[in-house]
Design a protein. Structure first.
Length: 392
């Protein structure tokens, strides 16, 4: 979007490489992004009018690119552009024409438009496998944006119930499915976290002597292109692209970042009733699909680090999940992403445990499941994750 007066250049400080993602500390925001393959990384700030302002991240420590902006506050929309090799044969798919979502994003805004702008290959080309040369069509305006959140929340006297395993009664539920037509929930709260935390739901669970509610996927997920073409949506949510963000569509609060506080309020209500909150989590694959999928975040940031690629032909992805790709839990930074996500949901969102979808995929060191894999080993050693309920 053009303008007679370009936006002013913000003050940029070096910042720190950790924590990854966008972290607001009350005075400003630290931004950091891992990419081992990047040659240049730009932080892109998106204004309310849709204009983009690009800031080069000149500070790099251990393949983590970072800066601190004292002017960036909660509600700021942003993304990244990663400049690097486009060489699918070697497993690299950097495309700076794509505004990439933060893998550590706590909230997302907008929606996806599945046009050529989301894809890094020419969808009309005769040879789609080799990738060709990216069409260089900017995805801004066709993709979601990451949002800086306010991490502060009044938890009060909230404490985890810590019900012993032998006394645990789990009720599996879907946020929308359990509340959408419930007559005891106000219409404006149906299908939302606020609706799930409503006394009508909690009283029902207590009447059944339920001690824990296990939520089907609530990480930010994508409605597949194929389903949209059929006029459908991804109801179940097993198609994650944001492992730190509660799915925004389940929030009654529609302002950017509002889903985070609403989710926390729901957890607090369950804890007050002595009910634990367990999440069904999907760390085995992402919503980017196979080599013909869109470039949303991981693929364009560091394809070879985040995904298991096919031995002998790195253009393709190993697909242990039947979804087109498999996360590369053997890579230290991908394993760190998973562990950081789990710790975030325990320490910041106060959840009480996890049920791992296709956990065996995370334990594949080569092709077979390894019970001594790095994932199982680090889970048991972690002082935070090892203390919550873990279900595979």
């Amino acid at each position: 979007m053009s303008s007679a007066e370009p936006p002013s250049i913000p003050t940029v400080w070096p910042g720190t490489s950790y924590p990854l993602g966008a972290t607001y500390d009350g005075a400003g925001t630290n931004f950091s992004l891992f990419s081992e393959v990047a040659e240049r990384v730009q932080l892109c700030l998106i204004g309310k009018d849709g204009r983009e302002q690009r800031i080069d991240l000149d500070e790099v420590d251990g393949f983590v690119w970072h800066c601190y902006l004292p002017t960036a506050t909660p509600g700021q929309r942003y993304g990244f552009r990663v400049h690097g090799p486009w060489d699918p044969v070697a497993g690299h798919r950097c495309d700076p024409s794509k505004l990439l979502l933060d893998p550590y994003g706590k909230s997302f805004h907008g929606d996806f438009e599945f046009t050529q702008a989301l894809y890094s290959y020419d969808m009309a080309a005769d040879d789609l496998v080799s990738g060709g040369v990216p069409p260089q069509i900017d995805s801004l305006g066709h993709t979601m944006t990451s949002v800086v959140i306010n991490p502060f929340f009044q938890w009060g006297s909230d404490r985890p119930p810590r019900t012993p395993y032998h006394q645990t009664v789990i009720y599996e539920a879907h946020v929308k499915g359990m509340t959408q037509t419930h007559p005891g929930i106000p219409e404006d709260l149906r299908g939302t976290y606020a609706g799930l935390g409503h006394p009508a739901i909690i009283d029902h669970l207590k009447s059944l002597n339920v001690t824990a509610i296990e939520l089907m996927p609530v990480h930010q997920f994508l409605h597949d292109h194929r389903l949209r073409d059929l006029g459908l949506q991804n109801y179940w949510g097993y198609n994650t692209f944001g492992f730190f963000a509660p799915h925004a569509q389940y929030a009654a609060t529609r302002h950017a970042g509002g889903a985070v506080a609403e989710f926390k309020t729901m957890v607090r209500a369950f804890h007050e009733a002595g009910i634990e909150v367990i999440l069904d989590v999907v760390y085995n694959h992402t919503a980017e699909g196979n080599h013909l999928g869109p470039t949303i975040n991981f693929r364009g940031i560091d394809n070879a680090a985040y995904y298991r690629l096919l031995d002998g032909d790195l253009r393709y992805y190993k697909d242990f999940t039947g979804t087109g790709n498999s996360l590369n839990a053997r890579h230290p930074h991908t394993l760190q992403l998973i562990m950081d996500s789990l710790r975030y949901w325990v320490l910041d969102m106060h959840v009480d445990g996890f049920r791992f979808d296709l956990a065996s995929t995370l334990a594949r060191e080569f092709y077979d499941v390894d019970r001594l894999s790095a994932f199982f080993d680090i889970i048991q050693q972690d002082p935070v994750i090892s203390q919550v309920k873990l279900i595979a």
